[in-house]
Structures are given as structure tokens and as C-alpha cells.
Design a protein around this ligand. Structure first.
Ligand code: IPE
Ligand code: IPE
Ligand code: MG
Length: 243
């Protein structure tokens, strides 16, 4: 998208992307599924940098769901290795990311991840500046239902401790206890790969999101596709229940 085109467009503040179709992409080429994930990780790098250039305030990339542990152990290990590689790379690129005004955040249940990954995530988040223009959320071992359960438990503990009355629990309490606390809800959710479902992605936050589906498999997804999704989004009439 040119700068001129961008000016006339209503940009989404927060875009969520379900990075799906890596396995089918590999199969089409007679490759192992892990090769598809590797290609998908490279697409993630390209799209993440491009969206940051466009000035999208929040980006959430769904990389591994709480249900994806059902997959063969070698596939899970390959995905974790790619995540680990990316975290090391992000550590090396910290100054560069900071200069770009970009910070990384993790969303999901980190306790089930390999210990070295937990440590990498923790240090990266601790060092990532709060004064950033762009937040990139990496959703790994993320599930919307798990996130809501986690929030409910945190709220229940406050009630148990006598800090909050059950009748006073508000939508703000729920929002504030989600992994995405403090961030805007996704305006636009993109799902490639020809599937038309959320697969447990941001189910609370997606109440009024606009959806953009495409048959493209994630490793083939380009910056032009992101432009198309944003342009389509800018033509939607969002009413939020109003007239
Ligand atoms: C998305 O690609 C990556 C993860 C879910 C980890 P898939 O691996 O689901 O690819 P398909 O859907 O089998 O093509
Ligand atoms: C959703 O893809 C999860 C991620 C892309 C991380 P899946 O491939 O796991 O979703 P289903 O099983 O087709 O619904
Ligand atoms: Mg899939």
C-alpha cells in the first residue's frame, strides 16, 4: 500500500491472525509438515514487519493452540524449536525493535512450555519497553476458553479474599484479567487456509471483530494479501449493535 492510499483508509487498531495452512502447504510440495511450519515462521516475520511499518498498533499472531498438543510429538517439538529460534532472534534484535517502537508480548499459558522458553519469554517481556507504538502478541499454548477460565479463577480469588463482591464483578474485571488486558479488542481477524472458524482464538475479544477469510495457505500469504484484508476492512460498516 502506498502512503497516499493509506491516508484515505480507516485502519484497524488491532489485527489478529490465525496462521493456518502450514501442513497443507508442505503436503502440496511433498515436504514434511515441519517444513511447512518453517515456511510459515518466515511469513510471520515478513507480515509482522510489514504490519508494523503500516503502523498497526496491536498485532496478535496465533501460532500454537491449547489443542495443538494433540499433534505428533515431533511436530510439536519442531514448532517449539521455531518459537525458540524466534525468541533468540528477538533478543538479538532488541535494540532494532525498540528503535522501531515495537514490543513483544506473550499470550497464553506459559507454564506448560519448555523451561528455557519460559525464561526467554519472561526476560524478553521484562526488558521490552512500555513506551512502544506497536505491540506484537505471540499466542503460543493459547486458548480462548483457557484464557477465560484463568480470568474467572483470578476474579474468584478476589471474591474469596473479600476484596470484591460477586455482584460487583464487571465486564472490566473480566477484560482486565485476560492475557490481552489493556489492549484494544481485535478490529480485524484474518484466517487463511480456507477454514471458517476461530478455533478458540480470542473468543471473548472477537465479539465485534470483522473477519477476513481466504483460501491462501499461510506460508503463501503476502503483504499484498494483508493490504487486501485492510482495504476490505475499511469498507465494512461497523455498528456495534447501534443503527
Ligand atoms: C498452522 O498450520 C500451524 C499450527 C496450528 C501450529 P497447520 O499445521 O494447522 O496446517 P494445516 O491446517 O494442517 O494445513
Ligand atoms: C488453529 O489452527 C491454531 C493455529 C493456527 C495456531 P488449527 O489447524 O489447530 O485449527 P483446526 O484444528 O483446523 O480448527
Ligand atoms: Mg490447521
Amino acid at each position: 500500500m502506498t502512503k497516499e492510499e493509506l491516508k484515505n483508509i480507516i485502519m484497524p487498531r488491532h489485527i489478529g491472525i490465525i496462521m493456518d495452512g502450514n501442513g497443507r502447504w508442505a503436503k502440496q510440495r511433498g515436504l514434511k509438515r515441519s517444513e511447512g511450519h518453517k515456511a510459515g515462521a518466515n511469513t510471520f516475520r515478513t507480515i509482522c514487519d510489514y504490519a508494523a511499518e503500516l503502523g498497526i498498533e496491536s498485532l496478535t499472531f496465533y501460532a500454537f493452540s491449547t489443542e495443538n498438543w494433540k499433534r505428533p510429538a515431533d511436530e510439536v517439538a519442531a514448532i517449539m524449536n521455531l518459537f525458540r529460534d524466534y525468541l533468540f532472534e528477538a533478543q538479538e534484535r532488541e535494540a532494532e525493535n525498540e528503535a522501531k517502537g515495537m514490543r513483544l508480548r506473550y499470550i497464553g499459558d506459559r507454564t506448560a512450555l519448555p523451561e528455557d522458553i519460559i525464561n526467554l519469554v519472561d526476560t524478553l517481556e521484562a526488558r521490552s519497553s512500555d513506551k512502544c507504538r506497536i505491540t506484537v502478541n505471540l499466542a503460543v499454548n493459547y486458548g480462548g476458553r483457557d484464557e477465560i477460565l484463568h480470568a474467572v479463577k483470578a476474579i474468584a480469588k478476589k471474591v474469596e479474599a473479600g476484596e470484591l463482591k460477586a455482584d460487583d464483578i464487571s465486564l472490566k474485571d473480566i477484560d482486565g484479567n485476560l492475557y490481552t488486558a489493556g489492549q484494544p479488542d481485535p478490529d480485524l481477524i484474518i484466517r487463511p487456509s480456507g477454514e471458517y472458524r476461530l478455533s478458540n482464538f480470542l473468543i471473548w475479544q472477537a465479539a465485534y471483530s470483522e473477519f477476513w477469510f481466504s483460501d491462501i495457505l499461510w506460508p503463501d500469504f503476502t503483504t499484498d494479501d494483508l493490504d487486501k484484508a485492510i482495504i476490505d476492512f475499511s469498507k465494512r460498516n461497523r455498528r456495534f449493535g447501534g443503527v
